[in-house]
Ligand binder design. Structure first.
Ligand SMILES: *Cc1c(COP(=O)(O)O)cnc(C)c1O
Length: 481
């Protein structure tokens, strides 16, 4: 594409993206298409002859936008609400334009050192100890996989050479709470420990890992000849955003001499905010911590950070330099290919660097506080309404609640089905998008605030739609007498 043509299309697409942001509320949050719609709208072979780029751009409006679920929409309250903020979007374009492949320092000194600087900034904002080093991966799942690979390296020092099968290694075990994220399961599976190596510890009534149950599990397993490898504590669980007692768990990990990984994918950024200093307790004792700027730090997907004071163990587990990648600087510089499985790295630090500069730490803190305020406000409406009940504390920006009044006519209403029906009804409006989880064996509605465009009016609308759905559904669900 000649530069003049590039310039023309680039300007058109900037207009397109700016218009998309301006008009975001005209789109249905949750894509209202049926499975196969996108596939059927497209030919099943790539074009034999060049097509005008205008036609590609036209298909964005015709096919892509209607089939996109709009994570940028202020009514997005499902899972964890996120934001692809403009400074991040712009820098992602620059990242593609520069097309850096930062496997070695010399293949991109800029990406290698900007990652180091930006993660140092983030670590200092989160009040993490100075000896901590960071590395960027795509997602928390991969950050956790690398953390547990390091834990395995420590527990079985020759695992890199000899593997785990057919040898003198006892069964290995990893511990996490019953509310820990499924990425921990996937990590033990991928690392060859076997899914049964993951022991999920029961939680208390605030959904935090029971430390006494963890202690009991460890001594039971030690007595049975099992070798504990790691404990995964969570700061901000995925279902209810509960927080494990990292300080107490760290003391146990230290005594047992096993790796402590802290999954703070969502809530870790709150360590920046002074009122939330309590979540920092024990983080200085962790062997690794994952935090996702693509979750609650306005960074376009994807960008996850693994912090660890023991990056040497990750390097020990994975570094490998074939002849064709040896450079005169080897040893004197940090080569990103040494800190994990993947060789090539793209220039992700650029967007986080720009975001921290554009908003400034105060700007970031103010927005995080506002999201927490909105969640508290929504929780207060739930608490005041006899037709709903709140099911979990709201430490951050997520509210878990359920409808409990399914209409008087039903003798023993199936509240799980009723809550699913309410969520469906609200989501079909296209104005908001809510998701669910299960707590105490019950289906609950989850409302997550985290998008920069979300204002109080969007929460008021979500609440009104929930009230309407409850009223309509209760009357419809009533049996005809
Ligand atoms: C979202 C989340 C993850 C997974 O994040 P990805 O980046 O999508 O892999 C892991 N742990 C917790 C606690 C999460 O909330």
């Amino acid at each position: 594409m000649p530069p003049e043509e590039f310039r023309r299309h680039a300007h058109a697409l900037v207009e397109w993206a700016a218009g998309y942001f301006e008009q975001i509320e005209t789109h249905a949050v949750l894509a209202q298409v049926a499975p196969g719609d996108v596939r059927r709208a497209l030919p099943d072979r790539a074009p034999e002859h060049p097509e005008p780029f205008e036609q590609v751009i036209a298909d964005l409006d015709r096919i892509i936008l209607p089939a996109a679920t709009h994570w940028n929409h202020p009514g997005f309250f499902a899972y964890f609400a996120i934001t692809g903020s403009a400074p991040g979007v712009l820098m992602d374009m620059v990242s593609s334009a520069l097309n850096q492949q930062a496997m070695l320092w010399r293949t991109s000194p800029a990406a290698t050192e900007l990652e180091e600087v930006t993660l140092r900034w983030l670590a200092r904002l989160m009040h993490l100890p100075d000896e901590i080093e960071g590395v960027i991966y795509d997602t928390a799942s991969i950050s956790t996989l690398h953390a547990l690979a390091a834990a395995r390296e420590v527990a079985v020092p020759d695992v890199r050479t000899r593997g785990l099968a057919g040898r003198d290694v006892p069964p290995l075990r990893v511990y996490c709470s019953e509310h820990a994220h499924s990425s921990v399961d996937k990590a033990v599976i991928a690392l060859g420990l076997g899914h049964q190596a993951l022991r999920r510890i029961p939680a208390d009534d605030r959904f935090s890992m029971r430390v006494d149950a963890l202690e009991a599990a460890l001594s039971e397993d030690r007595a049975a000849g099992i070798r504990p490898v790691a404990i995964v504590a969570t700061v901000g669980t995925t279902s209810s955003t509960s927080v494990d007692d990292v300080e107490a768990i760290a003391a146990i990990a230290k005594r047992e001499q096993i790796w402590l990984h802290v999954d703070a994918a969502y809530a870790g950024v709150m360590a920046m905010v002074p009122e939330f200093a309590w979540i920092r307790a024990g983080l200085d004792q962790a062997d690794s911590i994952v935090v996702n700027p693509h979750k609650w730090l306005f960074t376009p997907f994807d960008l996850s950070v693994l912090f660890t004071p023991r990056m040497d163990v990750i390097r020990q587990a994975f570094s490998l330099t074939p002849e064709y990648l040896k450079t005169p600087e080897t040893g004197a510089v940090r080569n990103l290919m040494d800190t994990g499985v993947q060789l090539g790295r793209r220039f992700r630090a650029l967007k986080l660097w720009a975001i921290l500069r554009y908003f400034g730490a105060e700007g970031v803190r103010a927005r995080l506080r506002e999201h927490c305020r909105l969640a508290q406000l929504f929780a207060s409406w739930v608490d005041e309404d006899p037709d709903f009940e709140r099911v979990a504390p709201v430490p951050f920006s997520v509210v878990c609640f359920r409808a409990i009044n399914a209409g008087q006519q039903q003798a023993s209403p199936d509240l799980d089905a009723f809550n699913h029906a309410i969520i469906d009804r609200v989501n079909k409006t296209g104005e908001v998008f809510l998701s669910h989880t299960s707590l105490n064996g019950q289906i609950v509605i989850r409302l997550a605030v985290g998008n920069l465009r979300t204002e109080e009016r969007h929460l008021r609308r979500a609440w009104a739609l929930l009230r309407e759905a409850l009223a309509q559904h209760s009357s419809q669900a009533a049996p005809a007498l």
